[in-house]
Design a protein around this ligand. Structure first.
Ligand code: ADP
Ligand code: MG
Ligand code: ZN
Length: 481
C-alpha cells in the first residue's frame, strides 16, 4: 500500500526586538540565568503587561511578507496550562482573533512549484527554560531560567499542504530566509530563534479525507525536521500496513536515536481554557501602520521573479531559479549588467554556477567567482576566443581561486583554435587514423560524422572552432551521407 504523507507546520519565530513582549527586560542570549527578569515576566501578582510596539511592527512585516491579511483588530488570549517554566500558569497568546490570516509561501525546486497556504500568524510570548542537566544535584533537582520568559514570538501556522519531509524542511528554510531578509527574526536556529512543530498524517494515495495527525514538538533544525518526519512517516506506514490505527498524539524526536517517541496524548484547544486577556486591550492596527510596514518591505521572491522576467527578458523558468535567493538574484543582476548579456548570465548561473554550488553542498554558499569575473568569462566566450566547453573548464579553474578568465586562458593556452591550417592538419590526421568509421560514413552512415567531430574536439581539448571543424571535416570526408 502506498501512503501519502500530509504535513502541516507550526513555526515559532523569535522577533528581533531589544526588549520582551510585555515588559522592558532585555532580550539577550548568554546572560547569567534569571538576570533579565522583572515582576511582569516572572508573573508576580499585580504586575501588568504593556505591549511592545516594535514586536507588533515586526510581526506585521512578517505577515505582509508572507502575503497574509493583517487584521484591523486582534485579541490577546490566555492559554492556560501548568508548567514550571510558565510562572503565570498561562501564556499570553492569540487565539480566535489572530494578528493575521491567510497568505502562502511558494517556491520552485528542480523546476517544480510548491505552494503552501498559511492559516494564520499570531503574536505570543515565549516561556522560560527548564534546566535539567549539568548541576551537582541534577539527579534530584531541576532549575528554571526565566530570561526567555516573555520573549516575543510570531507563530506561523501552515495548512496541511506539504507532501514530503524534504519539502517541509525546504519550507522551514525558506521561511527562515524570508524572516531574516526582512529583519523580523535573526534566524539563528542554534540560538533557538526558530522552532518548528510538525503535524503529520498518512492517507491512501488518492483519498480526500485526512488521517489522524501526530504532532512532533520542538524541532530546531532543518535536518532534524526532515529526519523526524521521515521516521514518523515510516512508523505510521508500518502501523497502518500492520492493520493498526495511528493515534492522535504528541511525540518528541530523539535526535541521537533518530526516532520519535510518544510524549502525551494530543491536547485539544479546549484543554487550554482560552479566554481573552483581561489585562490587555484588543490590538487595533491602523491602515497607515500597515502601509508603513509595507513600504519598508524589501523586494520579495514573487516580485523579484516578475521583475527579472520583464527587465531582463528571462524565461519564467530562469527567473524562478535566479530569484530563488536574494543573494543569487543580486549576483545575476550584477553579471547581467556588467556583461550586457542577461540570457548568457542566466544560463551560466542556472547551469554551471548552480552545479558548483551544489557540489560544494552549501545551499547558502556564495558563488566561488565574483560577478565581475563571470562577466569577463562571458565576454571572452562572446568574442569567440574560447568555446563554451572550454569556458566551463575555465570556470572550474576560476572557482574559489580568485584567478581571472583571461589569465587562465592565456596561461594554459586555451585560446580557440581558429587557425585553418592548424585545424586542417588535425582533421586530416583524425580521418586517417579512423579508416573503419570513414568507410561507414562513405557507405552512408551519416551519424558517424558526429564521431569525427568528437575526435577532433578531443584532439584539440575542446578548443577547436566548431564551425570551422564542421566545414573542414565535410570537405575531408568528401561524399557519403
Ligand atoms: P491544533 O488546533 O490541534 O493545533 P490545527 O487545526 O490548528 O490543530 O492544526 C495545526 C497544524 O496541524 C496545522 O499546521 C495544520 O496544517 C496541521 N494539520 C491539521 N490536520 C492535519 C492532518 N490531518 N494531517 C497533517 N497535518 C494536519
Ligand atoms: Mg496547534
Ligand atoms: Zn521582564
Amino acid at each position: 500500500m502506498t501512503w501519502e504523507p500530509v504535513i502541516g507546520l507550526e513555526i515559532h519565530a523569535q522577533l528581533a526586538t531589544e526588549t520582551k513582549l510585555f515588559c522592558g527586560c532585555a532580550v539577550r542570549a548568554g546572560a547569567a540565568p534569571n538576570t533579565l527578569v522583572c515582576p511582569v515576566c516572572l508573573g508576580l501578582p499585580g504586575a501588568l503587561p504593556v505591549l511592545n510596539g516594535k514586536a507588533v511592527d515586526l510581526a506585521i512585516l512578517a505577515a505582509l511578507a508572507l502575503g497574509c491579511r493583517v487584521e484591523a483588530v486582534s485579541v490577546f488570549a490566555r492559554k492556560n496550562y501548568f508548567y514550571p517554566d510558565l510562572p503565570k500558569g498561562y501564556q499570553i497568546s492569540q487565539y480566535d482573533r489572530p494578528l493575521a490570516t491567510g497568505g502562502a509561501l511558494e517556491w520552485s525546486e528542480g523546476g517544480r512549484v510548491t505552494r503552501v497556504g498559511l492559516v494564520r500568524a499570531h503574536l505570543e510570548e515565549d516561556a522560560g527554560k527548564s534546566l535539567h542537566d549539568g548541576f551537582p544535584d541534577s539527579d534530584r533537582h531541576s532549575y528554571v531560567d526565566f530570561n526567555r520568559s516573555g520573549v516575543p514570538l510570531v507563530e506561523i501556522v501552515t495548512r496541511p499542504d506539504l507532501r514530503s519531509a524534504a519539502s517541509a524542511a525546504s519550507f522551514f528554510e525558506r521561511l527562515r530566509d524570508i524572516l531574516v531578509e526582512i529583519g523580523a527574526c535573526l534566524g539563528n536556529l542554534e540560538e533557538g530563534h526558530l522552532r518548528c512543530d510538525a503535524n503529520v498524517s498518512l492517507r491512501r494515495a488518492g483519498d480526500a479525507a485526512l488521517g489522524a495527525p501526530v504532532e512532533i514538538k520542538n524541532l530546531n533544525s532543518f535536518r532534524y525536521l526532515e529526519r523526524a518526519l521521515d521516521y514518523e512517516i515510516a512508523r505510521q506506514a508500518s502501523v497502518l500496513d500492520g492493520g493498526g490505527r495511528v493515534v492522535r498524539e504528541t511525540r518528541l524526536f530523539d535526535e541521537a536515536a533518530g526516532r520519535t517517541a510518544a510524549m502525551r496524548g494530543k491536547e485539544l484547544a479546549h484543554d487550554y481554557r482560552y479566554f481573552p486577556e483581561p489585562d490587555l486591550p484588543p490590538l487595533a492596527i491602523a491602515a497607515e501602520r500597515i502601509d508603513a510596514a509595507r513600504s519598508r518591505l524589501p523586494e520579495l521572491p514573487d516580485a523579484r521573479r516578475a521583475r527579472l522576467t520583464t527587465a531582463y527578458g528571462l524565461s519564467e523558468y530562469d527567473a524562478r531559479q535566479v530569484a530563488a535567493t536574494p543573494a543569487l538574484a543580486r549576483f545575476f543582476e550584477e553579471v547581467a549588467t556588467r556583461s550586457g548579456r542577461p540570457k548568457a548570465a542566466a544560463n551560466w548561473i542556472t547551469g554551471e554556477v548552480a552545479r558548483h554550488l551544489k557540489a560544494a553542498d552549501a545551499r547558502n554558499a556564495s558563488p566561488g567567482v565574483t560577478a565581475e569575473a563571470l562577466a569577463d568569462l562571458i565576454a571572452i566566450v562572446d568574442e569567440g576566443t574560447i568555446s563554451v566547453s572550454v569556458a566551463k573548464q575555465v570556470l572550474e579553474k576560476m572557482w574559489g581561486t580568485g584567478r581571472g578568465a583571461a589569465e587562465i586562458v592565456e596561461a594554459e593556452g586555451l585560446t580557440r583554435i581558429g587557425d585553418r591550417a592548424a585545424l586542417e592538419a588535425v582533421v586530416r590526421r583524425v580521418v586517417a587514423e579512423n579508416p573503419k568509421p570513414l568507410a561507414q560514413f562513405r557507405a552512408g552512415k551519416g551519424l558517424v560524422f558526429g564521431f569525427f567531430v568528437g575526435q577532433v574536439m578531443k584532439a584539440t581539448r575542446g578548443q577547436a572552432d566548431p564551425v570551422l571543424v564542421d566545414e573542414l571535416l565535410r570537405r575531408e570526408l568528401g561524399g557519403g551521407a
